[in-house]
Design a protein around this ligand. Structure first.
Ligand SMILES: O=C(CO)[C@@H](O)[C@H](O)[C@H](O)[C@H](O)COP(=O)(O)O
Ligand SMILES: [Zn+2]
Length: 198
C-alpha cells in the first residue's frame, strides 16, 4: 500500500493539536523559560544553545533569529549555537570523543549567569548531559527541551520542558514552535527595554 500524504497530514494535525493544547495548559513553564532568558539577556549575559542532528539545526535557527531579527529590527541579541564550527567540533570529537563536543565549548565560552538551552528529544544524549554538568559547574542557568518520556537530563537541568509527544520528528516540530514563541517574547521585551532606556 502506498503511503498517503493526506493521511499523514491528518495524523500530524491530530498529534500537534493534542500536544499544543497540553502546552497551553502548562504555559507557565514556557513563561518561566522566557523569563530566564530575558533576565540573563538584560544583565548582558548570553544564550548558548545545542543539540544533535535536527536539533543542531534548530539551535542554529534560534541563534540566527536572535542575532539577526525575528519580526522586528532591533539590536542583536547575544545567542550562540554550539557545534557549528566544524574545525573545533571535529577536533574535539577526534581528540577527546564525541561526548565532549558541547562540554568543551560550554567550558570555553560559557560564563556565570549565561543560559544553556539544550534541545534533546530523548533527553539522554551523553554529549548534552555532559554539557549540562559543565554548565552547572560554571554557574550557567540550564534549560532543557525534551519529549514526553522522563529522561536523565531531568536530574541535571534547572528547568525541563517535556514536550508532549513520543516521536522524534513531532517533538522537534514542537521544539521549533516553542523556539519561535520564545524569540517573539524575548524580542518584544528587549526592543521595549531599548526604547524605554532611550
Ligand atoms: O532530525 C532527526 C530526526 O528527526 C535526527 O537527526 C535526530 O536529531 C538525531 O537522531 C539525534 O541524534 C537525536 O538526538 P536527541 O534528540 O535524542 O538528543
Ligand atoms: Zn529530522
Amino acid at each position: 500500500m502506498t503511503i498517503s500524504i493526506n493521511n499523514l497530514l491528518q495524523k500530524r494535525q491530530e498529534k500537534l493539536n493534542v500536544a499544543i493544547n497540553q502546552l497551553i495548559r502548562d504555559s507557565e513553564l514556557l513563561e518561566s523559560v522566557a523569563n530566564t532568558l530575558i533576565q540573563s539577556l538584560c544583565s548582558n549575559k548570553k544564550i548558548l544553545i545545542c543539540g544533535n542532528g535536527g536539533s543542531a539545526a534548530q539551535a542554529q535557527h534560534m541563534a540566527g533569529e536572535l542575532i539577526g531579527r525575528f519580526k522586528k529590527n532591533r539590536a542583536p541579541i547575544a545567542a550562540l549555537a554550539l557545534g557549528t564550527d566544524m574545525a573545533t567540533t571535529t577536533a574535539i570529537a577526534n581528540d577527546f570523543g564525541y561526548e565532549e563536543v558541547f562540554l568543551r565549548q560550554v567550558d570555553a565560552l560559557g560564563n556565570d549567569g549565561d543560559v544553556l538551552l539544550i534541545l534533546s528529544t530523548s533527553g539522554n544524549s551523553p554529549n548534552v548531559l555532559a554539557a549540562v554538568n559543565t554548565a552547572r559547574r560554571k554557574g550557567l542557568k540550564t534549560v532543557a527541551f525534551t519529549g514526553k518520556k522522563p529522561s536523565k537530563v531531568e536530574d541535571l537541568a534547572d528547568i525541563v520542558v517535556r514536550f508532549p509527544a513520543e516521536e522524534t520528528d513531532v517533538i522537534q516540530e514542537l521544539h521549533l514552535l516553542a523556539i519561535h514563541i520564545l524569540c517573539e517574547v524575548v524580542e518584544e521585551h528587549l526592543s521595549k527595554e531599548v526604547v524605554d532606556g532611550q
